[in-house]
Design a protein around this ligand. Structure first.
Ligand code: 5GP
Ligand code: MG
Length: 174
């Protein structure tokens, strides 16, 4: 296995806990208590954030997962690649997409369009971390945990070649 320097902590476990509570409070304020909400966690990076966040929500939450990525083909907007499909039908439903980090914004923009094409009543985006400096479109998440600088980070679900997802804090890779 390749060695990476992951000694620099960017976000501590205490900051992450606070972030999850803050984001959940915003979401709880925007939906009715016990309203049905389809939460779509984006694999694999958002598996921990999805588990933490949903345990703070008051709605009638229905959790599902999807694995998607985007690649830049002939169109500059990119193409959405679905590696694992949803099991729930989103038609007529309120949907909250939970992502680990937003970078260029391509993946979330494409996924939001897809969910509306499938008939979702509303689609909101929630990301644990956001790197707005890297955006190539006008995508804005409805709920953002923490804005971070343009650094490659790992931990709290985020990986480098499959490693480091299990770190309890978020670290910069040098
Ligand atoms: P984008 O917003 O560019 O379409 O893609 C976001 C995806 O890129 C995230 O879901 C994540 O998989 C990956 N990504 C972006 N920035 C980072 C980072 O700093 N660390 C890790 N581990 N993944 C990142
Ligand atoms: Mg990802």
């Amino acid at each position: 296995m390749e060695y990476h320097d992951t000694s620099e902590v960017l976000i501590t476990t205490d900051q992450i806990e606070q972030m999850v509570e803050d984001v959940a409070a915003q979401i709880n304020a925007d939906y009715m208590p016990y309203q049905e909400l389809i939460v779509i966690g984006i694999l694999t990076g958002a598996y921990i954030f999805t588990a933490d966040l949903t345990r703070h929500l008051n709605m009638a939450v229905n959790v599902d997962f999807m694995q998607v990525s985007s690649y830049v083909g002939t169109e500059s907007t990119g193409v959405l690649k679905i590696r694992k499909e949803l099991t729930v039908d989103v038609a007529g439903k309120d949907v909250l997409v939970v992502e680990d980090i937003i970078d260029t914004g391509r993946t979330m923009a494409l996924l939001k369009d897809l969910l509306y094409e499938r008939g979702a009543k509303s689609v909101k985006l929630c990301a644990a971390f956001d790197k707005p400096d890297r955006r190539v479109n006008d995508l804005k998440a409805d709920y953002v945990g923490l804005v971070i600088p343009d650094e490659f980070v790992v931990g709290y679900g985020l990986d480098l070649d499959g490693q480091y997802r299990n770190f309890r804090d978020v670290r910069i890779v040098r």
